[in-house]
Design a protein around this ligand. Structure first.
Ligand code: HEM
Length: 239
C-alpha cells in the first residue's frame, strides 16, 4: 500500500509491458542480418563478441533508457521554457538570434538552462568505499552520499552571478549531466532534443506567454527530478 506500493506496481507493469514487447519483436525479427529500424530491435540484435542480451537484459536496458531519457528531457524542455518565459530580455535575445539564423546562442542557452534549473537535482545514491571528510563533514565507509547537483550548479565560487540566467554564459562546466564514470550516456541526444524543441517553440510561437502567475504553478514532488506538473501558456495560433 501507500505511494511506494503504487510506484512498485507501476514499475512492475512497465517491465511486464517491455518484456512482452521485446518477446514479440524478437519473434518477428526475420534474421540477424536484416537491419530493423527501431531501438528495441537494435537492442535485441546487439552483440558483443558473439554474446547477446537476454530478453530480461534487453527489457532492463529499455527501461533505463525510457526512464533516464524521457522524463529528464521533458523537464529540461518544461523548466527551460518556464525560465525563458520569466526572463523576457534573455528570451528576446535568443529569439533575435534564432531569427537571424544563428546557432551560437542556442547552444550556450540550453547549457545555461540546464545549469540554472535542470531536471536532475540529485545524483543517484553513492556509498563511500572508505572514510573521508568533505566540507568538514565526516563520512564513514559504507555511508550513503547524496550529491546535490543543482546546488553545485549555483555555487558562487564556481559561477559568476550564479542566480542570474545568462544564456550567453561561456564558462559553464555545470553538473547537470553528472560527472565521471556515470556521466549521462544520453547527453548529446538530450542537448539536441533541448535545442530543437526550444528553437522550434520560439520560432513557431513567437508570442508565447505564461498562462498563469508563477506562484500558482505546481512543481512535482520527489527528490531526484525537478519539473512542473503543468505549464499553462498562451499564444496566437498561426493562420
Ligand atoms: C536533459 C536531459 C538529461 C539530463 C539532465 C540527464 C542527467 C543525467 C545525470 C545527472 C546522470 C548521472 C546520474 C548519477 O551520476 O547518479 C545521468 C545518467 C544517465 N543518463 Fe541522463 N540525462 C538526460 C537525458 C538522458 C537521455 C536522453 C538518455 C538516454 C537516451 C539518458 C540516459 C542516461 C543513462 C543510461 C545514465 C546512466 C549512466 C551510467 O550510470 O553510466 N539521459 N543522466
Amino acid at each position: 500500500g501507500g505511494p511506494r506500493g503504487g510506484v512498485a506496481r507501476s514499475v512492475k507493469k512497465m517491465r511486464g509491458y517491455l518484456a512482452e514487447l521485446i518477446h514479440k519483436k524478437r519473434q518477428a525479427l526475420p534474421d540477424e542480418a536484416a537491419p530493423g529500424e527501431d531501438l528495441i530491435s537494435g537492442l535485441i540484435r546487439a552483440s558483443d563478441h558473439g554474446e547477446h542480451l537476454t530478453e530480461n537484459e534487453a527489457a532492463a536496458m529499455a527501461f533505463i533508457l525510457l526512464f533516464a531519457g524521457f522524463e529528464t528531457t521533458v523537464n529540461l524542455i518544461g523548466n527551460g521554457t518556464y525560465a525563458l518565459l520569466t526572463h523576457p530580455e534573455q528570451r528576446r535575445a535568443l529569439q533575435t538570434s534564432l531569427a537571424a539564423g544563428e546557432e551560437g546562442l542556442l547552444a550556450t542557452a540550453v547549457e545555461e538552462l540546464l545549469r540554472y534549473d535542470g531536471p536532475v537535482e540529485l545524483a543517484t545514491w553513492r556509498f563511500a568505499t572508505e572514510p573521508l571528510t568533505i566540507g568538514g563533514r565526516h563520512i564513514a565507509a559504507g555511508d550513503p552520499v547524496l550529491v546535490v547537483l543543482a546546488a553545485a550548479d549555483r555555487d558562487p565560487e564556481r559561477f559568476a552571478d550564479p542566480d542570474t540566467l545568462d544564456l550567453a554564459r561561456r564558462d559553464n562546466q555545470h553538473l547537470g549531466y553528472g560527472h565521471g564514470i556515470h556521466y549521462c550516456l544520453g547527453a548529446p541526444l538530450a542537448r539536441l532534443e533541448g535545442q530543437t524543441a526550444l528553437a522550434t517553440l520560439l520560432t513557431r510561437l513567437p508570442d508565447l506567454q505564461l498562462g498563469a502567475e508563477p506562484a500558482e504553478l505546481r512543481w512535482r514532488g520527489g527528490l531526484i527530478m525537478r519539473g512542473l506538473r503543468t505549464l499553462p501558456v498562451e499564444f496566437t495560433p498561426a493562420g
